[in-house]
Design a protein around this ligand. Sequence first.
Ligand SMILES: C[S@@+](CC[C@H](N)C(=O)[O-])C[C@H]1O[C@@H](n2cnc3c(N)ncnc32)[C@H](O)[C@@H]1O
Length: 373
Amino acid sequence: MENASAAPGAEPCGGRGLEGCGDDGHAPVMPSELVRAVVADRHGAYVDATFGRGGHAKHLLDALSPRARLLVIDCDADAVREAEALARRDRRVTVRRGRFGDLTDHLRDAQIGPLSGALFDVGMSSPQIDQAARGFSFSANGPLDMRMDQRRKPTAAAWLNNAPEAEIASIVRRYGEEHQAGRVARRIVAARPLDTTTQLADAVGAATTAGKQAVARVFQAVRIHINDELAELDRGLTAAFQALEVGGRIGVITFHGLEHRLVRRCFREWTQGAQAPRRLPTTGVPTPVARRIATVAKGVRASPGEIAANPRARSALLQAVEKLSAKPCRKAERSATWPERQDPRLARVAAVVTQSPTPLAPFLASARSWGAW
Ligand SMILES: C[S@@+](CC[C@H](N)C(=O)[O-])C[C@H]1O[C@@H](n2cnc3c(N)ncnc32)[C@H](O)[C@@H]1O
């Protein structure tokens, strides 16, 4: 499977006949490494939160016993159709269409759990990129859509044509890490209405001197925003951790720095509890938290051979942990009750503040209950 955010400036190999990509243009990244990291009990219950075209799911099923169970999730209609075909062939598989941020509900509806393992391979699939009509690719002209779940709104075009310039600049800066975000946003607003990927690419190209690199960064930013990708990943990981049995494992493959850091932060918080920002005034010392996880895979990269066969694997990073204690974690309690559309960094600060012994805590707790963030 591919991920356009894998290497800004270069679109991935999906569907273009490169060695390592499957018949329908996708190759799962680090499949053996991911399955090895996640499977501790071959008879257990598992979740593949990002089914795509099932590359990882099939490797996982090969490693599991006939009495294991696998819940597969995807929000994309085409992926779900593929998953349902797999479920008809393999009785261990149950399919849910939806967002992995709602994992708790999917597990309850499917009556699966507690989990022995969960895997996440985030980003886009090759078919999503390869179909110009999905609007993810800047090198093929298509409608400016970019929704992974075709039922959700807004499309990228609807958002870009209506959002204030400052909001566009903020998204491009935050999720594209684009230094010229202000110029890009100005150009986008001047070029409205934007209906196609080529129009967006041209507007960005005219705003910067960074060429395709800048276009890739802006496409990444818009895509992350439209699909609420980072908040989803935060919610999905938190729900998976809550659903894990002791000894259960989570493995995550991510493709760019924002995702890598988010996963590291989640794992750190499960280990240590949320950390207060250094300069925040507190009235007490946070209670030490027992160790809840062990690292199973840290910063694992694809082999040179895999990267040569599948260039997308170059930016992939595998991280995996094992749950050591059933003690509930503060972050899990907090995330389960929060609105999903939030800046994960703001969420982190707010979570720490409302749960720390600080004079601001009562005010922030009630602001939170009003839905102030
Ligand atoms: C990189 S692909 C996964 C490829 C898969 N591991 C394979 O080997 O075929 C990521 C998939 O996750 C899905 N996805 C992304 N965000 C999602 C979310 N929040 N909820 C559910 N599915 C999501 C996308 O639609 C896409 O099909």
